[in-house]
Design a binder for this molecule. Structure first.
Ligand SMILES: [Zn+2]
Length: 300
């Protein structure tokens, strides 16, 4: 076959849509397995999450666990082991979820070590770490010190590329239930899904504009009540809107997650930090106060 310039272009065009519509995403769940609430015990929440991920064929996710939270330690460790046996990756999210800026380097690193010694072989290899509140230190000296400490202890920090406020939905439904209100979950669900999807689309846009490619995204979610209640619908809606859910094992290999921006705006994930580096500013995809008011209206 004679290869004309036109046929080469036609051939290249075949790949264009695949590149433009990449939209790959891996799921991560922080704060596992959590406390007993008005919706779930830690065990019920863990079992429900494992079952929903399995029945929706979701590839391995990363569970960033806090083994010191939730009460009875052997019971909490059992939940973390179940998530691991369910085929998921277990990362260290510290033992008791302290804020680095507040507790300082010594306390914080002891807490990370405590989580590691408690979780033992349940902690996946390579060792993955995520900062509570994404707080990597707002002073560069502390930030550099902790980055070095993590490397010296063979940890990789895994930020997310997609940010949102999923915990507020859980806080609000528990608050409403505690006040004896009838929670309308069906009314709340579309708000939850729209909020998360808007964050995902925003992350994709930021990546295309600032990295020049669509990375394997990592979304921040939490093992909290509303997220676990709505996760199956969220997964379906992500797929419906063209997202492919990929294994977190593959996603962490995207070069994005090895970048170390110089500024200390780590609160909203790695893309926010990159945008800040490039443009000097960053706007999150949501307004916390407005979201909170919107939820209060639905739950009144
Ligand atoms: Zn957390």
């Amino acid at each position: 076959m004679k290869l004309t310039l036109l046929s080469v272009f036609a051939f290249l065009n075949l790949f264009k849509p695949t590149i433009a519509l990449a939209k790959e995403i891996a799921l991560t769940f922080d704060d596992a397995p959590g406390e007993t609430t008005l919706h779930f015990t830690p065990e019920q929440r863990t079992d429900t999450l494992i079952q929903k991920l399995k029945s929706n064929n979701v590839p391995p996710v990363i569970i960033f666990a806090n083994p010191c939270n939730g009460g009875d330690q052997p019971y909490i460790l059992k939940q973390i082991r179940k998530l691991s046996e369910g085929g998921h990756i277990i990362g260290n999210h510290t033992c008791s979820h302290p804020r680095l800026d507040k507790v300082g380097f010594e306390y914080f690193t002891q807490d990370v070590k405590k989580a590691e010694s408690l979780m033992g072989p349940t902690l996946s290899f390579p060792k993955l770490f995520r900062f509570p509140f994404f707080n990597e230190g707002t002073k560069s000296k502390l930030r550099d010190q902790i980055r070095q400490w993590l490397k010296d202890h063979s940890y990789r920090n895994i930020p997310s590329s997609i940010d949102n406020e999923d915990p507020i939905f859980s806080a609000k439904i528990n608050e409403a239930k505690a006040k004896g209100k009838n929670v309308n979950y069906e009314k709340l669900k579309p708000l939850f899904i729209e909020h998360i999807l808007a964050g995902a689309e925003y992350g994709e846009r930021l990546a295309l504009e600032n990295l020049g490619y669509s990375p394997k995204h990592i979304i921040l979610l939490h093992q909290k009540d509303a997220t676990v209640l709505f996760i199956d619908d969220l997964v379906k809606e992500l797929r419906q809107r063209g997202w492919t859910i990929v294994s977190a094992v593959d996603a962490i290999e995207d070069p994005l997650y090895r970048m170390e921006p110089k500024n200390t705006l780590s609160t909203f994930g790695i893309l926010a930090q990159i945008v800040k580096e490039k443009t000097g500013e960053f706007q999150p995809s949501y307004d916390f106060v407005r979201l909170s008011k919107e939820l209060d209206k639905v739950l009144k």
